[in-house]
Design a binder for this molecule. Structure first.
Ligand code: DI6
Ligand code: FE
Length: 389
């Protein structure tokens, strides 16, 4: 069995399917009996298992140093995430640990998380910076993120999230954004250290006006943008992302109707991050029904980060999206393949089993696709194929 292209509400399931590749690209995907005569150097019988596109985790912060389980314990005892952040913990804690780590330490810590994702069928991962918040430390994080794609058989897309939070040593957020636009972004763009620019538009992050300046600077350097939008409050982040033609607007728990309509018009992907919703015990669910009604493509990602979503399992993210957000199995599976690829600007390259796309596959020991979403903490991955191998 194989899941091929699908549409909004179908996986395009094919019984007795065959996927053929040459030089890492799919040259056929469909029913065996429809396949042209192909001379294959190697034939692998998947013995009735399911083949899907390799999973795409389109929103992670997996390159960081240190651990925040002490904050988890504080939160269990009643302290809020915002209180911890205001007391100098939270993102700032991880910034301290990440700045202090050597390249090798940062790489080793990050590889452990990446390897867990690969073991769960991930073939493409997006990784954000944002725990450096100085030119040197951001560059270190971006370089380590890029290097992971050379150390493992995985596509890595890197996003510059210098606008994650105000660095501890900088009292003036506007001055920091000035420096980010005039000093950091030119280096990041000039050295091709990032494929996109992200920002955290939030009361504890940056204002819409500051985000706008970051986005304008990104556009001037020819870099696409994405946004942490409307996670904890409605600042119109969805509409702002749409206005700049963002690849995606992520979180969106508090997004209103006008933001959703704008996202639909702009063709932005809405990235759902149920791990953060679960781990921070949020109660405001993202407006799934309205996103559906407007036809906004929905992706699902782990948001792997030490503070709000220490999650490395994309399948567990799917289970949470179904259970907590009431997304359907089909939406979940398209959310971690087709729509996730689009959230990275890679819709023509990845995310479905179609001729011409990269032959990145996940082969599963399951009877039905719904098992991938239903099981909690299981890993039915049989094998992972990256670029045809
Ligand atoms: N939104 C989040 O939930 C994380 N970053 C962001 O922009 C939090 C990251 C952390 O707490 O370390
Ligand atoms: Fe995030």
């Amino acid at each position: 069995m194989a899941t091929t292209a699908g549409d909004a509400d179908s996986l395009g399931e094919v019984a007795d399917g065959l996927v053929a590749s040459r030089a890492g690209r799919i040259v056929f995907a469909g029913p065996v009996k429809a396949a042209p005569a192909l001379e294959a150097a190697k034939v692998v019988d998947c013995a009735g298992r399911w083949i899907t596109p390799g999973l795409v985790d389109c929103h992670t912060h997996l390159v960081y140093a240190g651990d925040r389980s002490h904050e988890f314990e504080l939160r269990l005892a009643g302290t809020s995430y915002e209180e911890i952040a205001r007391a100098g913990g939270g993102i700032a804690f991880t910034v301290g640990r990440t700045r202090a780590a050597s390249d090798a330490e940062l790489r080793a810590a990050s590889l452990r998380r990446l390897d867990a994702m690969l073991a769960a069928g991930v073939t493409t991962v997006e990784i954000k910076s944002g725990y450096g918040l100085s030119l040197d430390a951001e560059i270190k994080q971006l370089r380590v993120a890029r290097s992971l794609g050379e150390l493992r058989r995985v596509n890595v897309r890197v996003s510059f999230l210098g606008a994650h939070t105000r660095p501890p040593e900088c009292a003036d957020a506007d001055a920091y954004i000035d420096a980010l636009c005039s000093e950091m972004l030119p280096v990041v763009a000039g050295q091709r250290l990032a494929d996109a620019v992200d920002a955290f538009c939030e009361s504890i992050g940056f204002t819409p006006a500051q985000t706008r300046r970051v986005f304008s600077a990104a556009a001037a350097h020819g870099l696409p943008v994405k946004l942490h939008a409307d996670q904890l409050s409605n600042l119109g982040g969805g509409a702002l992302a749409a206005e700049f033609g963002a690849l995606s607007a992520d979180h969106l728990e508090y997004a209103d109707e006008s933001s959703i309509a704008a996202l639909a018009r702009a063709g932005c992907v809405a990235v759902m991050l149920p791990g953060a919703f679960y781990f921070t015990r949020q109660t405001q669910r993202p407006p799934i029904d309205r996103l559906r009604a407007h036809g906004v493509p929905m992706a699902i990602a782990t948001d792997c980060n030490p503070g709000t979503s220490p999650l490395t399992s994309p399948l567990l993210a799917l289970n949470m999206a179904a259970t907590l957000f009431r997304m359907t199995v089909c939406e979940c599976l398209l959310g971690v393949t087709r729509h996730a690829a689009r959230a990275l600007g890679l819709a023509d390259e990845l995310g479905t089993l179609e001729v011409g796309k990269a032959c990145d596959l996940a082969i599963w020991d399951i009877e039905r696709p719904a098992e991938l979403v239903c099981a909690i903490g299981a890993n039915p991955l049989h094998a992972r194929v990256w670029r045809g191998e």
